[in-house]
Design a protein around this ligand. Structure first.
Ligand SMILES: [Mg+2]
Length: 365
């Protein structure tokens, strides 16, 4: 396929979480930032991707427009992994983790959307034609950090009321974890994502305390996230399953983490890791190491659909992460809403559904 044009479209869709305004990247987080990457081919096909952009939206837009788009428009792309490898090589001096990789991810997702559309298949069928794709994916409610036991209990109950059977907290103190477990009882799976708050010694102490609440996993307990030896020691010493991966890009960083036995749950994030191309490689590494895939997916744009399509194609691909938040508008109608805790996988060619042009028009920056 020959690439005729690429548009980079930043959106900002307000959301409500409740009485607490969480922070992202040190700033109040009150709206969903989405960077759409719209790629058009010479024969008129349109593909959509999403680049991670929370609290870094203008930087991601600049990376795409200044560094990536000029290298892609006019290119003939026959094999996406080969093309993306050349692109990674050309721009490797700008970082193998972070803004540049987020930008690549957005492009890569759009290219896979295009390739699947050209074949007439949804992405799940296009990348794994032998498998019978799943038609819906079990979701989990990913709560914000409220730091308030009553709010935690209320949000847990609201999640159960929506049919979720797995709940994730983002709390870092024991009383909130206890409040959640007390609210949901012992039959609902509970996980805790801490977002890298502790030293290895602090993490050891906290993991011992959290262990009594029977967590399915403890996520990113140590800073820096790439201290894989410390994660491995923690998992082994405390005997608590760990999850990590949203802060890693490319198969190579995952290979390092997995070869250290650092985690039980592997969490590639399609809008960060390098798109569908790298996500598939991470899924294969996960399978080869006998570990469990558990994607990072707090997304509401093409990154959400790409995650659903990948999970539909990959056997035993875990639960899909859904931020527990109400948006003013949805790019994809009800595909972001659960039914009895599960999410439908859209089945049109490509990512399976097209973004709503009115929502793009209304929320475009
Ligand atoms: Mg996380």
């Amino acid at each position: 396929m020959k690439i005729a044009a690429i548009s980079v479209i930043p959106l900002r869709i307000p959301f409500s979480i409740g009485p607490v305004v969480p922070k992202s990247g040190g700033k109040p987080w009150e709206a969903q930032e989405i960077v759409l990457v719209k790629v058009e081919t010479e024969n008129g096909l349109v593909g959509w991707g999403e680049a991670f952009s929370y609290s870094c939206q203008s930087a991601v837009v600049s990376a795409l427009e200044d560094m990536v788009v000029p290298l892609v428009v006019g290119s003939e792309i026959d094999e996406i992994p080969y093309f993306m490898r050349k692109l990674q090589q050309t721009l490797h001096l700008f970082g193998r983790y972070g803004i540049t990789m987020f930008a690549f991810s957005g492009l890569d997702i759009a290219l896979w959307d295009l390739a699947a559309k050209a074949s007439g298949n949804p992405l799940c069928k296009f990348i794994n034609e032998d498998a019978a794709p799943q038609t819906s994916i079990e979701g989990y409610s990913s709560l914000y950090r409220y730091g308030d036991v009553e709010l935690v209990a209320a949000k847990c109950q609201a999640s159960l009321d929506q049919g979720y059977k797995v709940i994730k907290l983002h709390e870092i103190n024991e009383p909130e974890v206890k409040a959640a477990r007390d609210q949901i009882g012992n039959t609902v799976a509970l996980t805790v994502d801490t977002n890298c708050p502790w030293t290895p010694a602090q993490a050891h102490d906290m993991a011992l305390r959290f262990k009594s609440y029977d967590l399915l996993w403890l996520e990113e307990p140590i800073f820096p996230p790439e201290d894989f030896d410390a994660l491995a020691a923690l998992q082994k010493d405390v005997g608590i399953p760990l999850a990590a991966g949203e802060n890693l890009c490319t198969q190579y960083q995952f290979q390092q983490m997995l070869s250290c036995n650092a985690v039980t749950y592997v969490q590639p994030s399609v809008t960060k890791v390098g798109g569908v191309t790298e996500f598939q490689r991470v899924a294969e590494l996960t399978r080869m190491h006998g570990l469990k895939l558990m994607p990072h997916s707090p997304y509401f744009g093409p990154g959400w659909l790409a995650t659903l399509q990948l999970m539909a194609a990959i056997p035993d691909s875990g639960f899909v992460e859904r931020l527990f938040v109400d948006h003013e508008a949805s790019l994809y109608g009800n595909f972001i809403h659960p039914t009895d805790g599960r999410f439908r996988v859209p089945c049109e060619p490509g990512l399976g559904a097209e973004p709503d042009p009115d929502v793009i028009k209304t929320y475009r920056l």
